[in-house]
Design a protein around this ligand. Sequence first.
Ligand code: GLA
Length: 392
Amino acid sequence: MTDLIAEDLAARFLRAGGARPLLFRAPGRVNLIGEHTDYNDGFVLPAALGLGTVVAVAPRSDRLLRMESAAFSGVAEFDLDAPAPRPRGDWTDYVRGVAVVLERMGNRLTGANLMIASDLPMGAGLSASASLEVVTGLALAAVSDIAIDATALALLCQRAENEFVGARCGVMDQFVSCNARQGCALLLDCRSLDFRAIPVDPQATLVVCDTMVRHSIAAGEYNLRREQCEAAAATLAGVLDGVTALRDVTREQLDEHASLLPETVFRRARHVVSENARTLAAARALESGDHAECGRLMNASHESLRDDFEVSCAELDLLVDAARRLPGVYGARMMGGGFGGCTINLVEAEVADNFAESVAETFRRATGATPPVFRCSPGPGAGRVLLREDAR
Ligand code: GLA
């Protein structure tokens, strides 16, 4: 898929009068379990999709970034010497944010022409924006001759999103886009950034169902959840030694000090603390081939996100309920920030096609809309794309 996009992009770049470009790709992601834990220094279990964002890039002799994207629609120019660049509230912020952060880190960038394409659905919670940041980072570093490793790239892209775009996201999406391993999910410790690649047995298929709901309240609610988690950690740090984030709190400690927290904040914390435990247990279950247990933990994750963290919505709940009624389904839950986007389902490989049809049909009968449903096998992390011409 990506290779076809890259070939097409290279051809368009040349037709537009550009020099032979370098090509890079960065994937979107799914997350098996570990939701709203990354910014609490906790654990996540994401995997890269085969879908992603591709960029064709060639250096310029001036300090302009000229960016063009069919997927994100439009052309824009950005002067790297412009004083105090500000976000514009569109897709170009992800490109410009990465450029701004690279320069803030002391690098001097060369101007560049960037042509961008993507086969990721936008705003579906599959990290199209993180993949755009990562692919931009690779492209700009390459044309400016800057050496950067995968983890440093992930952190700088997260910083671009936090400091420039203005979303206080954690590191999960950028990290897995940079570091994913083919056929595996990554058990990532979001504090130390240590990770372990865990093979996903092809007998258990990951299926994504898209509600097609793109809620605009999501960003405000996301930042609010983050503040509530930080408030809980700060209160608990007053009575417990060694607590800097909810990652450091056990379920027993949380229950013991529940009276110190407002009821809503307590439930937010209960989600995070229990989700960290579920994520570690799910990684062990996946490793030992216990798909039933992994699915059970995914189901419990959904309940916790719906009832304690309150980031689900009717369409997500509908897809999850529909999925769980079908044969061969180990587990189903909402995925990502919430309030729309996609569910992730762990399904027996043999029934995955039937599952996809049946779940889409149930959703269509209830809502009138047919949701995109697709199987995914974990792909590799971001990198250069070499076309046949490049190999010659
Ligand atoms: C979004 C953020 C991630 C993470 C998830 C929720 O995808 O970008 O950092 O917090 O939501 O798990």
